[in-house]
Design a protein around this ligand. Structure first.
Ligand SMILES: N[C@@H](CCC(=O)N[C@@H](CS)C(=O)NCC(=O)O)C(=O)O
Length: 338
């Protein structure tokens, strides 16, 4: 078939876009001297600014770990707060280098947006928060409820599936940020607030009358949350993926921010590959061989980032559950560094 001018032009644009997508993010980040990380507008435990405008959370620590690996300094991160609706465009357009914003890995997002999920740093699932006075014990009793929800999320899609499948009606009351969603719930604009369960715990820490609310037992979806990059830059994809894997493997190997210096002389070859970079593990990523040492020294292993942000050392007090290591009753399993 002979190509029409329009087809030729379209192919040229596609080639340009592909070329742009292949631009080395690693080089960009190094020349900027800072990592641009897309986070939420404020979600305790995941990504939220404190009174001094310092960002904290498990997503924030993933950003810091990448900066430690790539730039040598976990502090060299510029955080860009994004609503659910804005987040993918910000990554596609190059405004951010990586998205770490409690974002669920789904088929559609991984295939049709020009983006790639690099792994899972928190296994979540969608739940429901109600006031005790509603007198409801199960989500199956929510027929006819008004539901506060955030736009542009998997939450919206799962809610529609769940109610349709269970032959129930609902009225969606839709907001753009979690702050607005919570305010809507507290102002009785809805009977129920639904979101990822971790976020219900996070929001509960902000509710004035938290003791009058209850999280219902049903978990209606799988929400594997992970960092996202653009398609077409395999080196950057590898760096983000192995930053996460380094933190998980470190927990498994008993290496933490506290003992990483002592572990430099450990006899276990797996520990040496991680903290000394034996086998040129850093070079294979396009980094230096101290990449993982810096992640662990400056940010910590997975257990440290979990506990301080969402676990026992945080107001959320979430137990490890599914997010425990595979050999400790959970499903966290990182491929080996070798
Ligand atoms: N994991 C789900 C939900 C993500 C989401 O945006 N959840 C809201 C519910 S609380 C949130 O985090 N808001 C934070 C914000 O407004 O910036 C997804 O990827 O679609």
């Amino acid at each position: 078939m002979k190509s029409t001018p329009i087809l030729v032009a379209a192919a040229a644009v596609a080639a340009l876009v592909a070329g742009a997508a292949q631009a080395a993010t690693l080089d960009d980040v190094k020349s900027k001297g800072v990592l641009s990380c897309g986070v939420s507008t404020g979600l305790p435990g995941f990504s939220a600014p404190d009174a001094n405008k310092n960002w904290n959370g498990i997503d924030v620590d993933v950003c810091r770990a990448i900066a430690a690996a790539v730039l040598g300094d976990a502090g060299k991160v510029k955080f860009t707060p994004l609503t659910a609706k804005e987040r993918f465009t910000a990554l596609q357009s190059g405004e951010i280098d990586v998205l770490a914003r409690n974002t669920t890995w789904t088929h559609t997002r991984d295939t049709s947006l020009g983006l790639n999920f690099t792994g899972v740093h928190y296994y979540d699932g969608q739940g429901f928060l109600v006031t005790k006075s509603l007198g409801v014990k199960s989500a199956k009793e929510l027929d006819g409820a008004a539901v506060c929800i955030q736009a542009g999320t998997t939450t919206e899609l799962n809610l529609a599936d769940y109610f349709r499948f269970n032959k129930m009606q609902y009225k969606a009351v839709v907001f753009d940020t979690s702050e607005q969603t919570l305010a809507g719930f507290e102002a009785n604009r809805c009977d129920v607030l639904t979101s990822d369960q971790s976020q219900l715990y996070a929001l509960r820490t902000k509710i004035k009358n938290a003791a009058n609310t209850v999280v219902l037992p049903e978990v209606i979806s799988k929400e594997p949350l992970g960092p996202v990059v653009r398609q077409g830059d395999d080196q950057w994809f590898n760096i983000v993926k192995w930053t996460l894997n380094a933190m998980i493997n470190a927990e498994e190997l008993g290496v933490s921010s506290k003992n990483v210096d002592a572990k430099k002389s450990d006899k276990n070859p797996a520990v040496a590959r991680l903290v000394v970079g034996t086998g040129d593990m850093g070079k294979k990523l396009g980094l230096d061989n101290d990449w993982a040492y810096r992640i662990l020294k400056q940010v910590g292993n997975y257990s440290e980032i979990f506990e301080r942000n969402v676990g026992s050392g945080s107001p959320l007090k979430i137990s490890r559950g599914l997010n425990a290591l595979w050999n400790q009753g959970g499903i966290l399993y990182a491929p080996p560094i070798r």
